[in-house]
Design a binder for this molecule. Structure first.
Ligand code: SUG
Length: 448
C-alpha cells in the first residue's frame, strides 16, 4: 500500500502571547510577559508549511482554537454576557484568565497520538486527542482538537481523550515516534513516558519538573489503537532530561523511517530502549540509532537551541533524511558544529535546513512542535477535508485572513481588552468558511 507522511500544522491563533504558563518549559518561563507578535507568528507558521509543500511533502492545517475559552469560565461560575465574563475574570482571577487565552493548540505535536492504518488491527487510522491534563491552559484543548481531527479525517477512528486524571496524563505525539521501512508497511511505535502513573503524581515523582506523560496512558493508547504488542515499545525518559527542561521527549529525540536521532541523556535506559526497538523491528528493518553524545552537545545547549525539536523528513528524490531545525540551532555554536559534523558523515541524515519560527520558539515550540505527523495511504489522503489540505490557494487565503484580522503586537496589558475576544471570534468565524469546517465548529458559533 502506497503511503506518505503528512504534516498537519497548527495554525497559530490570534491570541498568541507569552503567558509563562508552562512550568518545566524553560522558554515559556523565561519569556513570560514579553510582547508577542501574533501576525508575525502566524505568518512564520504558514511560511514553514509552504516550504514543506513546495518540497513535495503532503501538508495539512489544523485550525486555531477558540480563545478565550468561555465554556470553562462559565463552568467556573462566571456568568453574564461574553464581555462581562471576560472583564470579570480579568478583575478577579487574572491567572485563570491568562490560562483561558493561550494559543497553545498551535503545538500540534501535542494534539494527539496517531497510529496509521498499516499498524492497527482493524486497518484504520486511529487518533487519540491528548488530554494534556498536566497544564490547565492545555487541558482545555482536547474537545476542539477532536472536532478538528474528525473534520480532517472523516474515515478515521478518532477516540475521546483519556480520562482527565493524573494517572492517564497524556501529551500526544510529542512522546511518540513511529519507525518503519516503507511508510505503508508495518511500523514500530515507540512510546516514551516520564512516570508510571499510579505510583507518583507529577509533583511527588523524583523529578524537579512535572513528568507529563505516564506509562498508564501510553499502554491505554496502544491498546485502544489495536497495536501489535510485538511491534510496540515503551521507554522511559531520563530524570536528567526532564530536569534539564525536556518537558516532552521531542525536545531531545526525533525519529523517521529507520532512524532515531536522540541525545545521550534522553532515555532512562538507552541500551534497553535500543534493544527493545531492534527486537520490535525484527524482520521489518534494522534501526539506525544516531545518538548525540554529551561531549558534542551539552544537554543545556540541546534544549536551548532545540536541535532535536526538528522535523526529520524524507524529501522526494533525496536518498538521505533532512533535518528541519530552528534558526536557534544554527546560532548556537555546539549545535551548529554538530550539524556540520552530522551532514559531513555518511549517516542517514544528509542535510540540515533552518527555519524561522522564533515567535513559537519563545514559548518552547520548535518546528517539530508545530506539526502533527499523520501517515496516510493515497486513498486516505484523497479523503482529507479539502479545507485542511494545504495548497498555494489555501496559503494565500490564510495569509490574507491573518493580515486582515491579527494584531501586530500584544503586550500583557492588551490581553484584558474584551475587543481582543470579539476580534478573535470574528476571525475564527470567517476561518470556518475558509477551512470548510461548517458554521458550528467553535463553541461561540454553537451558542448563537
Ligand atoms: O506545552 N508551551 C507549550 C510548548 C509545547 C511544545 N510542544 C512540543 N514539545 N511538542 C507547552 O509547554 C507555553 C504557553 C505560555 O507560557 O504562554 C506553552 O504552553
Amino acid at each position: 500500500m502506497s503511503a506518505q507522511e503528512a504534516n498537519f500544522d497548527g495554525l497559530i491563533g490570534p491570541t498568541h502571547n507569552y503567558g509563562g504558563l508552562s512550568e518545566g518549559n524553560l522558554a515559556s518561563a523565561g519569556n513570560a510577559g514579553l510582547v508577542s507578535r501574533p501576525k508575525e507568528a502566524a505568518l512564520q507558521g504558514l511560511t514553514k508549511m509552504r516550504a514543506m509543500y513546495d518540497a513535495g511533502l503532503w501538508q495539512g492545517v489544523l485550525p486555531p482554537q477558540q480563545r478565550p475559552y468561555l465554556p470553562a469560565l462559565r463552568a467556573a461560575g462566571y456568568s453574564g454576557s461574553d464581555e462581562e465574563v471576560y472583564e470579570c475574570v480579568w478583575k478577579t482571577d487574572p491567572r485563570l484568565a491568562r490560562n483561558m487565552l493561550s494559543a497553545s493548540s498551535m503545538w500540534a505535536a501535542n494534539a494527539a497520538t496517531v497510529s496509521p492504518s498499516p499498524d492497527t488491527q482493524d486497518g484504520r487510522l486511529h487518533l487519540t486527542p491528548a488530554n494534556l491534563s498536566t497544564m490547565l491552559h492545555r487541558s482545555i484543548e482536547h474537545e476542539q482538537t477532536g472536532r478538528a481531527l474528525k473534520a480532517a479525517f472523516p474515515f478515521a477512528a478518532v477516540h475521546d481523550a483519556l480520562p482527565m486524571q493524573s494517572v492517564f496524563a497524556d501529551e500526544g505525539a510529542a512522546n511518540h515516534v513511529r519507525l518503519c521501512a516503507e511508510r505503508g508497511g508495518q511500523g514500530v511505535e515507540l512510546f516514551v513516558y516520564g512516570r508510571e502513573g499510579f505510583n507518583e503524581n507529577d509533583r511527588s515523582g523524583d523529578t524537579k519538573f512535572p513528568a507529563r506523560q505516564t506509562l498508564k496512558s501510553v499502554e491505554a493508547i496502544a491498546r485502544r489503537h489495536g497495536l501489535s504488542a510485538a511491534r510496540t515499545v515503551f521507554a522511559k525518559q531520563s530524570k536528567a532530561a526532564i530536569d534539564a527542561g525536556a518537558f516532552h521527549n521531542d525536545v531531545v529525540c526525533v525519529g523517521a523511517k529507520e532512524t532515531l536521532f536522540f541525545h545521550e541523556l534522553a532515555f532512562a535506559a538507552t541500551a534497553q530502549m535500543k534493544a527493545d526497538v531492534t527486537a520490535a523491528a525484527k524482520g521489518l528493518f534494522t534501526p539506525n540509532f544516531v545518538e548525540v553524545p554529551l561531549s558534542d552537545v551539552p544537554i543545556a545547549d540541546a534544549i536551548k537551541a532545540y536541535l532535536f525539536n526538528s522535523m526529520l523528513v524524507q524529501f522526494p528524490n533525496e536518498n538521505r533524511l533532512t533535518l528541519i531545525a530552528p534558526l536557534e540551532t544554527e546560532e548556537n555554536e555546539a549545535t551548529r558544529k554538530y550539524c556540520e559534523k552530522l551532514t559531513a558523515g555518511n549517516g542517514p541524515i544528509g542535510c540540515v535546513e533552518f527555519v524561522d519560527v522564533r515567535q513559537s520558539m519563545r514559548n518552547g515550540g520548535g518546528p517539530a512542535c508545530l506539526r502533527l505527523r499523520v501517515t496516510l495511504t493515497d486513498t486516505e489522503w484523497a479523503q482529507v477535508n479539502v479545507g485542511q489540505t494545504f495548497t498555494p490557494k489555501l496559503h494565500s487565503a490564510l495569509n490574507d485572513w491573518v493580515n486582515k484580522h491579527y494584531r501586530d503586537r500584544l503586550a500583557p496589558e492588551n490581553l484584558t481588552d474584551p475587543s481582543l475576544m470579539t476580534e478573535s471570534f470574528a476571525a475564527l468565524d470567517e476561518l470556518t468558511a475558509i477551512m470548510n469546517l461548517g458554521d458550528d465548529f467553535y463553541p461561540f458559533q454553537r451558542e448563537r
